[in-house]
Write a protein that binds this ligand. Structure first.
Ligand SMILES: C[S@@+](CC[C@H](N)C(=O)[O-])C[C@H]1O[C@@H](n2cnc3c(N)ncnc32)[C@H](O)[C@@H]1O
Length: 234
């Protein structure tokens, strides 16, 4: 079982309603995990960009990582294994997720010898101490969360990363109207990922916590503007 470091010690975090109601097909059931734990499928969902976005996130985080890192939420595919390999010792990397089944799946992928810390926790109420990490990664998490949860998740990421540390966010971004996938993605989001359209309407900058303004923000988009890679220095 994943180590439970719920904000309420002894109690596992409650499963967020939006995960059960909107994302059951993707993350919650054993069938969902079997279906999506295929890198080729992720790559298809990201229009052939999985490796490109994974490598861009890792490049932002750095080649040889000192100190502690936090991955906020599990990701299908080999992102976490590659992130862990950039540390001198695997135990420098912690991963949190609110679903035990996702942490179990990640444990299986990493193998029995892995020392990556896997923790059952809600991104919106991280139980980690303030300023306890050098860096944090959020890979396609924010578009899945309703606004109040998203704001808390960003706030928690800012809280647990030390001033001067780095937060890397990779997610959807509004492409220009003439982008060949504009209409398709709008339909996909309306049907399956209702909160994702927020990221088309609003730049991430609108959601930084007012009382912890970032020291520096670097943004770029890729694949014609459909994805964004944002680096924040706390
Ligand atoms: C990072 S997101 C999307 C990743 C990407 N689509 C992929 O390929 O896996 C998916 C993960 O976020 C987790 N998650 C969603 N809401 C969460 C929350 N409030 N706290 C912690 N984990 C959360 C889900 O359980 C799931 O494992």
């Amino acid at each position: 079982m994943p180590k439970n470091i719920s904000a309420r010690p002894g109690e596992p975090p409650a499963l967020p309603d939006y995960l059960l109601q909107t994302y059951s097909w993707a993350y919650v059931t054993p069938r969902a995990v079997r279906r999506f734990e295929r890198q080729w499928l992720l790559n298809l969902i990201l229009w052939g960009n999985f490796a490109r976005l994974r490598d861009a996130a890792l490049a932002c985080l750095g080649e040889r990582l000192q100190g502690r890192s936090l991955q906020i939420a599990c990701v299908y595919g080999d992102l976490t294994a590659r992130f862990a390999a950039r540390h001198e010792r695997q135990e420098q990397l912690d991963v949190i997720d609110v679903l035990p089944i996702q942490l179990d799946n990640l444990r299986r992928k990493l193998g029995p010898a892995s020392k990556v810390g896997l923790h059952l926790a809600n991104s919106a109420e991280l139980p980690m101490p303030t300023a306890s990490y050098e860096r944090a990664l959020l890979f396609f998490l924010l578009h899945e969360q309703p606004l109040p949860v998203r704001l808390q998740t960003i706030r928690q990421a800012f809280r647990v990363v030390k001033p001067g540390g780095k937060i890397v966010l990779v997610d959807y971004h509004r492409p220009p109207r003439l982008h060949p996938l504009h209409a398709v993605m709008a339909l996909v989001f309306k049907a399956l990922e209702p909160y994702a359209l927020d990221l088309w309407r609003t730049p991430l900058d609108a959601w930084w916590p007012a009382d912890m303004p970032p020291a520096q923000v670097t943004r770029r988009t890729c694949f014609g503007g459909l994805y964004q890679i944002v680096e924040v220095i706390r």
